[in-house]
Structures are given as C-alpha cells and as structure tokens.
Design a protein around this ligand. Structure first.
Ligand code: NAD
Length: 495
C-alpha cells in the first residue's frame, strides 16, 4: 500500500493494490483508466473520483493477496494482535479527520461519525486483536486411547464487500477479524463511500501491516464486486448489503463452493406494550427510527403499539419528530443529515407516495427539505411517520432504508407476533415491556437474529450477529467470525 496522494478539493481515490515483498507498494490506477464521480450528499457536488475497477484489478489484487497469504498465515497471533492494536491507535489519533471525511462522503451528521462510526471502527480492531490472544482451541481425550485437538487455520484470501450506510464501521467489522484470523483480503467498499476505506490504507502502511495483506479494489458492484465474488483464488465472501444483491452473490458462490457470510436487509419491528417505560421508549424509538437518516439496517421501521397507548404514543412521537433538525451534516445542531444519493432519496419519497396510494396517512414529514444549501443540491427530506396502513401493506413489508416509519396499533400478543414475523426479513426487533415473562415469551418467538428488550442498538461483539430468513446467512462476532474466516482440522494422536 502506498501513501495516498494529498486529497484536493475533489479526492482522487485510487485502486489500492498492495504488493508483497516489494519495498515500495503503491496506489495503482485502474487497469481501464476510468473513474466515476461520487457525490457529496450534502450539496450534490463531486466529492470523489472513484476508480471504475474491473476484473483485471481484481486479478492483480488476488495475486498480491495470495502471495501475502504465504507469510501472513504463518504469523503468530501475538504478531497479528500487535499490528491490529497499532492500527486502532493510529485511527483513533485521526478521529476528527476520518469523521469529517465519512460525514462528507455519506451525508451523516458529523457528530454521529465522530461519536459512533469512527470510534466503533477503532473498537472493531481492538476487540478482535485482543480476542486472538485469549482464544482457546478445543481438546479432548478419549479414555487413554486418543488425545484429540482442533487446529484452526485461515481459509485463504477473503473477499469482503461492504455497503454505504456505515462505511468504515462495517468495512472494519470484516477487515479486523479477517486479518486477525491470518487471512489476507480484498475489500470492495461501496461505490458511494470509498474515501475512508481508502484513507485507512495509509494507516495500514504506518502500522506495519505487510504489503498484500489488505488490498482494496474500488468500483461498481456488478463489475468489480462480481469479479471479486467469481475469482477462483478468493475462498470466501463476507458480504453486507441488500438482500437482492445477497441473492446474486449466493448464486455465484454456490457452484464454486465458497464459504459465505451474508448480512442483508431488514424491516425491523419495534413492539411497544402499554406497560413500557414510556419516556425511555419514546426517546429510544426516535433514535431507532431516524438515526443516520434511518439508513441503518437495524433501524426499527415498523412500530407496533398496544392500542391502549397508541394515541398517546403517536402524539408524543409526532411532536418529537417535528422538532428534529434536518440540516447540513457539518452543522453541530443537525440531527438528520442528507440521504446517500438522489436515486435513493427518490426511492424513499416514492414509498411516501405509495403509502398514500395504499390508503395511509402521512402524520409527519413526507416532504423534501430544499433550503439546507443554496441552490437545489443536497438530498434531504423530513423524517416521516406513516399510519393507517396494514402490516401487510408494501410500506410495512419492504425495506425503505430511509427516515420513514410505519406506526400500527395492535391488541394482543399473538397479533403483534404475527405482524412482526410477517415479513421476509428477520434481522432484529426491539421489544418494550416491563413484564419479564412476556419479554422472554415474545423474544423466544421472534424470527430474528437479535432482540433488544427495553433498548436498541446495544452492540456486544461477543454475541452472534446476523439475520434470519432474507436478512442473511451466518453469524459474525466472537468467536463466530473466526469460525468463518478459519477452517478447522481435527488432529487425533493415539496414546
Ligand atoms: P447493495 O447490496 O446495493 O451494495 C452493497 C455492496 O455490494 C456494495 O459494495 C456494492 O457495490 C456491492 N455489489 C452490488 N452488486 C454486486 C454484485 N452483483 N456482486 C458483488 N457485489 C455487488 O447495498 P447498499 O445499498 O450498499 O446497502 C444497503 C443495504 O445494506 C440495505 O439493504 C441494508 O439493510 C443492508 N445492510 C445490512 C446490514 C447487516 O448487518 N445486516 C448492515 C448494513 C446494511
């Protein structure tokens, strides 16, 4: 990995191909010489020129990663841990710079990038770095006949593909365990948000990560991404993104027998019972609805409220939603920034229109915000509450992935469980009740990978993270990521 050129007003993001055993690795221009514009969501200007990489760039990255694997897979856990911890320290020292770049590239409030995205990226490196120092492999003894143990070994070159909503956080959620496992990797970040991953290469270099251990190929999903999934030397694919893309990747991996981890879309339920702590529930529901412009896979976009408190909840929720400040991401008072792209904004606004066609009511929002910057640039809309829809309506079934929620009353536990489990998705749910038995009963019946009770978005990396149904396949976290990035060998010694 070479030192990136100093970013000018428009960042030139280069394909980064690390070369093993060379003293001077460098950022390499895409083989076809092409670049495309990546917009700044806050004003529609060009933020970065992103390499339009193709199969030739993936081939070169795979060659570098395969060569590096020979050495990296033989390093000790302590050696890998030391480098990962150095990466975390170096990143932490540059939080302000990375947060500013993330906010500019993605449209999220700068405060959020600074308080959540970049610190969590640092935490990813530290968490996996320290875990490998303590992990134990299984050993058994068969009554004096055989002494058995399990050896974990890295699978090889890992293909990592990440989305645009939490760019650095989700890229490092894959990079950290892949490197810690002894795999080498090729990351393809989202074409909408390449900048902070590109900046991270500089840190890898400074931390002394050997060349070729991490390679980045920037570009479009169906081109660079597909070439990565199809490459014969890439042994596994860790993908986070939409379920439709997950399906394409699943099909492409199947005949190649690649290991896969798919973290996909969601349509998560917030289930609010009348006995919940109302104020805490309201404050948390505001966050779970609209944080990061609702562009978090774990946002609760279907809010089911027990009928006896439905009117009270809706009135309070509306009032708070109307107070939210939609503004420029760099403004400290901003609570809701810009959506990722014009196309995405159009898609989300299309659901508001659809809701009205489906007989729904726009209780709050539903309109564009056009006065944030001078001129017409920027992809802003008011946080939106929809009511009057059934749980089977398209707005309550399909992932909107923006600041739009549907609020629906329910009468019984059985009914709300049916509502909650009725979508194709199964990522997470947030359940609000002070009745412990009910919390356990309902949690046990939700078809999701994560249930939060009286809270939301608490992340413990010791727990399995992933989705059920169309929300994904596999689990990541500790030790699950190591089960994925490593294979296991059982060794049995006769006594
Ligand atoms: P996306 O599926 O459009 O793209 C994700 C990544 O896949 C990008 O890097 C893209 O370039 C690449 N890609 C696209 N087509 C490809 C192909 N044919 N082959 C290989 N790679 C390809 O998703 P997005 O719009 O970037 O992200 C939003 C989606 O991600 C939402 O559905 C959201 O719920 C989901 N998401 C899930 C989680 C989770 O942990 N489950 C976390 C964040 C986001």
């Amino acid at each position: 990995i070479g030192t990136p050129p100093h970013p000018g007003p428009v960042t030139v993001v280069s394909s980064v191909l690390t070369q093993v055993f060379e003293t001077d690795g460098s950022f390499v221009a895409p083989a076809n010489g092409g670049y495309f514009d990546s917009p700044n969501p806050s004003d529609g200007s060009v933020n970065a020129r992103v390499p339009d990489s193709d199969k030739r760039d993936v081939d070169a990255a795979a060659e570098a990663a395969s060569r590096a694997f020979v050495g990296w897979s033989k390093t000790t856990r302590a050696e890998r841990s030391t480098i990962l911890l150095r990466i975390a320290d170096l990143l932490e020292a540059r939080i302000d710079e990375f947060a500013a770049a993330e906010s500019k590239d993605q449209g999220k409030p700068l405060s959020l990038a600074k308080e959540v995205d970049i610190p969590r990226a640092c935490h990813n490196f530290r968490f996996f770095a320290t875990y490998i120092l303590h992990m134990e492999d299984k050993k058994t003894e068969m009554d004096g006949v055989s002494l058995n143990f399990v050896q974990k070994y890295p699978v090889g070159v890992a293909g990592l593909i990440s989305p645009w909503n939490l760019p650095l956080y989700l890229a490092t959620w894959k990079l950290a365990p892949a490197i810690a496992s002894g795999c080498t990797c090729i990351l393809k970040p989202s074409e909408f948000t390449s900048v902070t991953c590109w900046m991270l290469c500089d840190i890898f270099n400074q931390a002394g990560l050997p060349r070729g251990v991490v390679n980045m190929v920037f570009g479009l999903g169906p081109k660079a991404g597909a070439a990565l999934v199809e490459h014969p030397d890439v042994k596994l694919i860790s993908f986070t993104g939409g379920s439709a893309t997950g399906e394409i990747i699943y099909k492409s991996c199947a005949p190649r027998f690649k290991k896969m981890s798919l973290e996909l879309g969601g349509k998560n339920a917030n289930i609010i019972f009348a006995d919940a702590d109302f104020d805490k529930c309201l404050a948390t529901t505001m966050a779970s609805s609209f944080r990061n412009q609702g562009e978090i896979c774990l946002c609760g976009s279907r809010i089911f409220v027990e009928r006896s408190i439905y009117s009270k909840f809706l009135a309070a929720f509306k009032q708070k939603t109307e107070q939210l400040v939609v503004g420029h991401p760099s403004d400290p008072s901003t609570q809701v920034g810009a959506l990722i792209s014009k196309a995405h904004l159009d898609k989300v606004m299309g659901y508001v229109k659809l809701a009205q066609q489906e007989g729904g009511v726009v209780e709050s929002g539903g309109n564009l915000v056009t006065n944030v910057v001078n001129g017409s640039g920027g992809y802003y809309m008011r946080p939106t509450i929809l009511t009057g829809l059934t749980s089977t309506s398209r707005c309550a079934q399909e992932e909107i992935f923006g600041p739009v929620v549907v609020v629906i009353p329910f009468d019984t536990e059985a009914e709300v469980l049916e509502f909650a489990n009725s979508t194709q998705y199964g990522l997470s749910a947030s359940l609000w009740t002070t009745d412990l038995n009910r919390a356990i009963r309902i949690s046990s019946s939700l078809e999701v990978g994560t249930v939060w009770v009286n809270q939301w978005m608490v992340r413990d990396l010791n727990l399995p993270f992933g989705g059920s149904k169309a929300s994904g396949i596999g689990r990541e976290g500790v030790p699950y990521s190591f089960d994925f990035f490593c294979d296991e060998r059982a060794v049995m010694i006769a006594l």
